[in-house]
Design a protein around this ligand. Structure first.
Ligand SMILES: Cc1ncc(C[n+]2csc(CCOP(=O)(O)OP(=O)(O)O)c2C)c(N)n1
Ligand code: SF4
Length: 291
């Protein structure tokens, strides 16, 4: 076996994370370092985009190109970077608020384009950076600065939303199991298309008061031990449906038959050139009408 030319250290920037001690995002960052070292991508071939939030600081702690952009806009930024330079390995990351409140409108559009981008959401069920307002995945009943009598709204279900949009790689992990997180992130990056990994990552300052790590461990169901078939979309829907009640960890859904965006563009160009016209119907039928 060939030795990997990069170690975890090659992906660590000189910036020291300013997250609160015990924040789940440390485990996510470490898992990303390990996954990148495992794959062996050179840092200069990586772009890492985020929005705004505690979790969105994450690109700055890596040696990848990229930036901490505008709240909710990690996905349009990532799509732009990938379109301009398809040779880059592109990661996007942020919080549940960034991804599923203000940025929620981008989900269905990135999924229908299916660019080769890995999107990591650090789901802490609260707005951390702005000091603990209820967010899209806040647990009903939660008392927060914006819900003094307890949250009465139904949370967004990120897994169901992204699955229903047609995403070909949907996984969930938790910061209590970093080994699994590393595997999921590696697999997501290797997947040719848009990959989504939702990570339960506790906010120890504004999140729930109990020992969240203990609670995650107790609630987690490891899909690698249940015999779940990630190719079965109906089974994936059933698992996604339980978001908030159970913490299913592992690969929820994987479809390797979708055509990735850059490849699709290449096919369209080749066909158009060959036919002297644009577009060639069979490519569109194969890629859009069959799924
Ligand atoms: C357009 C805009 N609206 C609101 C804000 C304020 N704001 C910054 S981060 C944030 C929410 C952060 O929560 P989340 O995305 O879940 O990340 P976390 O801090 O919990 O990691 C909000 C509301 C902003 N920066 N820009
Ligand atoms: S406020 Fe919460 S999410 Fe933000 S760094 Fe602190 S623990 Fe992490």
């Amino acid at each position: 076996m060939e030795a990997c030319p990069f170690t975890k250290k090659d992906f660590q920037s000189d910036l020291k994370p300013i997250w609160c001690p015990g924040c789940g995002d440390f485990a996510v960052l470490n898992s990303i370092y390990q996954a990148l070292a495992g794959i062996g991508i050179a840092p200069h071939k990586l772009a890492f985009l985020s929005g705004i939030g505690c979790s969105s600081r994450i690109p700055g702690y890596t040696t990848a190109y990229g930036f901490n952009s505008v709240h909710g806009r990690s996905l349009p930024m990532a799509q732009g970077v990938k379109a301009a330079n398809p040779d880059l390995t592109v990661l996007a990351a942020g919080g549940d608020g960034d991804g599923f409140s203000i940025g929620g409108g981008h989900i269905s559009h990135i999924v229908r384009r299916n660019p080769d981008i890995t999107y990591i959401v650090m789901d802490n069920h609260i707005y951390g950076l702005t000091k603990g307002q209820a967010g899209p995945t806040t647990v009903p009943g939660t008392v927060s600065v914006t819900t003094p009598y307890g949250l009465s709204e139904t949370p967004v279900n990120p897994l169901l939303q992204i699955l229903a949009s047609g995403c070909g790689f949907v996984a969930q992990g938790s910061t209590h199991d970093m080994k699994q997180l590393v595997r999921l992130i590696e697999d997501g990056i290797r997947y040719k298309g848009f990959a989504f990994i939702n990570i339960d990552s506790p906010c120890v300052t504004y999140g729930r008061e109990e020992d969240q790590m203990k609670e995650l461990k107790a609630r987690a169901v490891n899909l690698e031990e249940t015999g779940h078939d990630a190719k079965n979309k109906l089974a994936a829907y059933a698992i996604a449906e339980e978001y908030g009640r159970k913490l299913h960890c592992g690969l929820i859904y994987r479809n390797d038959t979708l055509t990735e965006y850059t490849e699709l563009q290449r096919q369209v160009k080749v066909a158009a050139k060959a036919a002297g016209e644009y577009p060639r119907e069979e490519i569109f039928e194969r890629n859009f009408l069959v799924h």
